[in-house]
Each structure stands twice: as structure tokens, then as C-alpha cells.
Design a binder for this molecule. Structure first.
Ligand SMILES: [Zn+2]
Length: 475
């Protein structure tokens, strides 16, 4: 069963931390998932996932065949490798938006393979938080928090207390939307430099993080990928005490192609090749500077991608839900009825109508407090009172249109789906070579980064001790 995970109270520190930042949001419930439970749930989910992965492998050569010369002797290295040129650990965290786990088997990705074979990989992918959308997940990676606690509950949402709607345009750089303590803030609060490159949330000033232009590149989709990589490389030409110890880098591909043409189109495969070549450009630049083996590279994605077609649409018109009640819809549904309506009655009415609606069996609606607790999606007024979980590959939209039967890709579905998984690859002195670790949720990454940097981080929803399962111990 993909069901409920037990809660515990190990996050009691969280309330104190959030209260400083979350005046407009109720304090979090104590909902950290013990790692063992996560593993069990993951294993169950993987029984199907392994079969899917096997399909990938049977149609394309896997890494193991393409790269037979894995250095097994180094994979059991007991301790981290010493720095040779840098004065202190540095982490470059790269996000490739919508990089679904398994894409790396679609085409030749020699540079990503290099990181995998000489680094540590989540063997069957990185588990995103729910909803499996770009803004919530990038900010969960950055803060180690589930969405109610970092505040970014979807890519666009309404805050009833502020009486305002968040979008990238309206809220991308306004700290009132962004709770928690992202890695760049943690790093500068410890007196080091950090550098961000279009990472969601990084434009909002927080603590000692002011988003000064030199180290904070704001969202601009027209900046060539090469320029993004070269900017990161140039930081290594600075005096060593000024080199940012944490840098991140955002690529919008292959998400955009995945939406346009779906996950299995040659256009997407081409985009993967381009991302791989950018990883190669980074590796080469670091080698030129003599720091490649000193730097920690963490390559992640925010979520996966599922193929969609119009014949799998579910129409809100069939459910008697007016458009102005709908806060978000597509691969997830969020409905906020007017105050004069009981949300429970609306759920009951929708559920009844779904029985006879086209594709109705592929949408299940809940009061948000009744959602499975493993989704961690209730403890914020920003989350719509009524949430619909949409079966993989289906879409909720308002009305039938006269359009073609278009197909493409979508995400934001339940994070139990293997198609929503992304990648985690770590390379550098603290990562064993050729190591595979079980899948884990991306809220664990914050503590992995602070462990590498040897700094004390803020409280998170991550699991105590998790970094020890991914990182090599230090001498
Ligand atoms: Zn997307």
C-alpha cells in the first residue's frame, strides 16, 4: 500500500524556526517521515517501477553496458578524498527542469555518465515532493521542507490572508511568499559567499542574502546555456576566500520539450544531448582550472514527466464546478468554493458526479486534510480546501473545446508515480565512486549540502543522519 506514513515528533524544532518566518501560515504539523518508512514505501512503489525501468533498459543500452570499466576498487573507498587545490569544500548544484528518471538511457550522455560512474547516484531516481511541480520542488530542494512549511504550495496559488495570488511575476522576488531558510541564505549567514543562477526563490532577500547582482542571476529565459555555465566557472577565478562555497545553476530543459511533445519524442532526446553537453562544458572548465576533483557537483531535476492526450481529459463543467472556484488545475486540482458553501458538501457532490463523468474514475477529490499524510499537503491556508488527485496521464480542465486531439506531457501528479521521479547524481570528494543509493525524497538534499560544507543548517523535514547514507565520512 502506498498509504499513510507514521508521523513522529522529531521536528519539534521546526515550529520554533517557522514561527519567525511564517506569520501568515499556521505552524507546521510534525510530519517528518522516518527514513525506514520511506524506504519501505519506496520499495513497494518500486515493485512496479523496476518493471518500467526494465522496459527502458530493454530498448536502450544501460550505463553498465555502455561503461563497462567501472572502477570497482574505488567504489568501496572508506573516506572522503582530500582537497588538492580548493581551500574549502564547494558545491555546485545543477537543476535540469523536468529531467525524468530514465531519460539518461534515451541517448548518449557521456558527461552525465561520467558523473554517475565516478559518483553516487539514486539508483532508481529522486522522489519529488507533492505537487510534483517546478516551484514547489526547487524550493524544497533548497530548504529541505515540504511545501506547507516553505510556503510555495504550487507554481501559482492564492493566499487568503494576504488576499493575493502568487505567480513568478508577482511574487518571485518578494520574501513574504518564501518561508524557510534556503541554502544560499544558510551559507551567507555563515560568512561565506553563495551564488544563485535563476533558482526559484533565490531572488527574494532573506537574512544576510540580499541577491546582489554579482552573485544572484535573475530569471531570464534568453540567457544562453553556455553563458550560464561560464558564469559559474568564472567564480573559480576569484581569490580563494571569495569563491562561493555554494552555487546553483538552472536549466529549463528538457521540461519545455516534455510539455510540448511528451517524454518520448526525438525533440526531447535532442534537448537531453544539449544538457549533457552543458555538463561537459562545466566539467571541462573545472578541469582546466584544476578543481574538477575538488568540487562537489550535484545534478538533480525537480520532477519527471508523463505523456498526456486530450482523450484522457476530465472536464470541470461535468462536475458543476464554476471556473472562478478553481485555483489550479491540470495534473492536480485545487478548488476553493465561496465561504457560503461547505467544502465537504462540494466534495460529496463532485464525487457523485464523477461516477458518470467522462474519465471521471481517474480523478479523486479530497478535503485537503483527508489527503494521504505521505503527501504533506494540508498544513497551509495557501493550499486549496479541496484537492483533486489526478491519475497519471490524465488532465483536469474546465471545458470541452473544438481543438485537435493534442498530445504532450504534464507533471504535478502524485509523487508515488515513477514517471514523476527525477535524478540525483553526486560527484566529488565526499561521494563514493560508482555508488548506488536507494531513492529518497528531495527534502533530504539540504542536509547533504550542509554536511558537505561543514556548516550547521536550519531545521528541515529531512531525516536525521541521512547524509551519512549518501556521503563518505571525513578523515
Ligand atoms: Zn513543467
Amino acid at each position: 500500500m502506498d498509504g499513510e506514513d507514521p508521523s513522529n515528533s522529531t521536528t519539534s524544532l521546526l515550529s520554533r524556526s517557522y514561527n519567525a518566518d511564517t506569520s501568515s501560515t499556521p505552524p507546521p504539523k510534525h510530519t517528518t517521515v522516518p527514513f525506514i518508512s520511506l524506504l519501505l514505501a519506496t520499495c513497494l512503489a518500486l515493485s512496479g517501477a523496476v518493471a518500467i525501468a526494465f522496459l527502458f533498459l530493454s530498448s536502450s543500452p544501460p550505463h553498465a553496458q555502455a561503461q563497462p570499466n567501472l572502477k570497482i576498487s574505488e567504489s568501496n573507498a572508506e573516506y572522503s578524498r582530500p582537497l588538492t587545490k580548493l581551500k574549502r569544500p564547494v558545491v555546485i548544484m545543477i537543476s535540469s527542469d523536468g529531467f525524468r528518471f530514465g531519460y539518461q538511457f534515451k541517448t548518449d550522455t557521456p558527461n552525465i555518465d561520467n558523473l554517475i560512474n565516478n559518483g553516487t547516484e539514486a539508483e532508481l531516481g529522486l522522489i519529488p515532493v507533492f505537487p510534483t511541480a517546478t516551484f514547489p520542488n526547487h524550493y524544497s530542494i533548497a530548504t529541505g521542507l515540504y511545501t506547507p512549511y516553505h510556503g510555495i504550495v504550487y507554481n501559482n496559488f492564492f493566499d487568503p490572508e494576504l488576499n493575493e495570488t502568487f505567480t513568478r511575476a508577482t511574487g518571485g522576488s518578494d520574501p513574504k511568499w518564501w518561508f524557510g531558510e534556503p541554502l544560499w541564505e544558510t551559507v551567507v549567514n555563515h560568512g561565506f559567499n553563495a551564488a544563485t543562477y535563476m533558482w526559484p526563490g533565490s531572488e527574494a532577500p532573506k537574512g544576510k542574502w540580499t541577491c546582489e547582482e554579482k552573485f544572484c542571476k535573475k530569471f531570464n529565459s534568453s540567457v544562453p546555456f553556455e553563458e550560464r555555465v561560464d558564469t559559474i566557472l568564472e567564480y573559480f577565478d576569484m581569490p580563494s576566500r571569495k569563491i562561493p562555497v555554494f552555487m546553483n545553476l538552472y536549466f529549463p530543459d528538457p521540461d519545455s520539450q516534455g510539455h510540448d511533445v511528451g517524454p518520448d519524442d526525438p525533440e526531447l532526446t535532442e534537448a537531453l544531448g544539449r544538457i549533457d553537453s552543458m555538463i561537459g562544458r562545466l566539467i571541462q572548465g573545472l578541469k582546466t582550472r584544476g578543481v574538477f576533483e575538488d568540487v562537489h557537483i550535484i545534478l538533480v531535476g525537480d520532477h519527471g514527466m508523463a505523456a498526456i492526450c486530450e482523450k484522457k481529459y476530465i472536464y470541470l463543467d461535468d462536475l458543476a464546478i464554476p471556473q472562478d472556484w478553481v485555483e489550479y488545475n491540470w495534473a492536480i486540482l485545487g478548488v476553493r468554493p465561496p465561504a457560503s458553501y461547505s467544502p465537504a458538501d462540494v466534495v460529496a457532490n463532485m464525487t457523485e458526479r464523477l461516477k458518470n463523468a467522462e474519465n471521471g474514475k481517474h480523478l479523486k477529490v479530497y478535503l485537503k486534510e483527508d489527503l494521504p499524510t505521505r503527501l504533506h499537503y494540508s498544513a497551509s491556508d495557501r493550499i486549496s480546501p479541496i484537492i483533486g488527485l489526478v491519475d497519471e496521464g490524465h488532465i483536469v480542465t474546465q471545458s470541452r473545446s473544438a481543438g485537435d486531439d493534442t498530445c504532450g506531457g504534464a507533471h504535478a501528479y502524485d509523487n508515488k508515480y515513477f514517471s514523476m521521479r527525477s535524478i540525483f547524481i553526486g560527484h566529488g570528494p565526499r561521494f563514493a565512486r560508482g555508488k548506488k543509493v536507494p531513492s529518497f525524497e528531495n527534502v533530504e538534499i539540504y542536509n547533504v549540502v550542509t554536511s558537505i560544507l561543514n556548516i550547521k543548517g536550519a531545521p528541515t523535514n529531512g531525516t536525521d543522519g541521512f547524509p551519512n547514507s549518501v556521503l563518505l565520512p571525513q578523515h
